[in-house]
Design a protein around this ligand. Structure first.
Ligand SMILES: CC(C)(COP(=O)(O)OP(=O)(O)OC[C@H]1O[C@@H](n2cnc3c(N)ncnc32)[C@H](O)[C@@H]1OP(=O)(O)O)[C@@H](O)C(=O)NCCC(=O)NCCS
Length: 185
């Protein structure tokens, strides 16, 4: 198989970037988080791994002061466990550190492989809150019960973890959204 390389994202990668992202999220709890246009980021904080013209991995980051965030990391399912994610992370951490970041964080849901990967890369979970989906008319009616002028169909909500047990009995799609943090030193 042709060797993959890691490099900066270029605008000509967009279609392949979007396809890679959709496929990479398909077997995760972000399966319906579909982007049709690539969000733009600060120059130098958008990385891809490619084989020829095909994007097989991507990582976008952002910075605010000395804090930085992995906005998106997604490795094509046919190219996992080959060190692609680790390579992109190492490169972005070096760049973030050079720009003055003292930590990098990432927000992710309950996918065991992804959680294992973050932990294997030196991240520790710092906090979590809930992502709650009202996925059918019954759940949506519960969520919107206080608003009689709306005919609810579906919805997505944030909630604090002290409400977790009650929410899990009412809604079939409840995810812990976890913040993982890694010191950069
Ligand atoms: C999580 C993800 C980024 C990992 O990228 P990757 O290139 O496949 O992983 P790497 O090759 O860098 O893995 C390095 C190490 O992390 C650990 N690891 C990676 N995936 C793992 C898994 N599914 N289960 C357990 N450990 C895992 C292993 O220790 C691995 O080393 P090894 O393969 O020698 O055992 C990738 O699986 C992915 O894109 N997942 C779907 C998208 C996603 O969940 N994105 C995050 C949303 S915020």
């Amino acid at each position: 198989m042709t060797e993959w390389i890691a490099r900066d994202y270029a605008s000509t990668d967009e279609t392949s970037w979007l396809r890679c992202r959709v496929l990479a999220l398909l077997d995760t709890n972000y399966y319906d988080d579909v982007a049709t246009v690539k969000p733009s980021r600060e120059a130098g904080l958008e990385l891809v791994a490619t084989i020829g013209d095909q994007v097989i991995g991507l990582l976008d980051a952002s910075m605010t002061g000395s804090e930085s965030t992995i906005e998106t990391i997604a490795i094509h399912p046919d190219h996992r466990r080959l060190g692609v994610g680790q390579r992109l992370l190492k490169e972005i951490c070096d760049r973030l550190q050079t720009r003055g970041a003292t930590q990098v964080d990432a927000w992710t849901r309950d996918d065991q492989g992804t959680l294992a990967w973050y932990r294997s890369q030196g991240f520790e979970q710092k906090m979590r809150y809930l992502h709650v989906y009202a996925s059918n008319p019954t759940e949506a009616a519960q969520a919107f019960a206080a608003q009689p002028n709306l005919t609810p169909y579906a919805g997505f909500f944030h909630a604090w973890e002290e409400h977790e047990n009650a929410l899990r009995t009412q809604f079939s799609r409840v995810y812990s959204c976890r913040q993982f943090v890694k010191p950069l030193s």
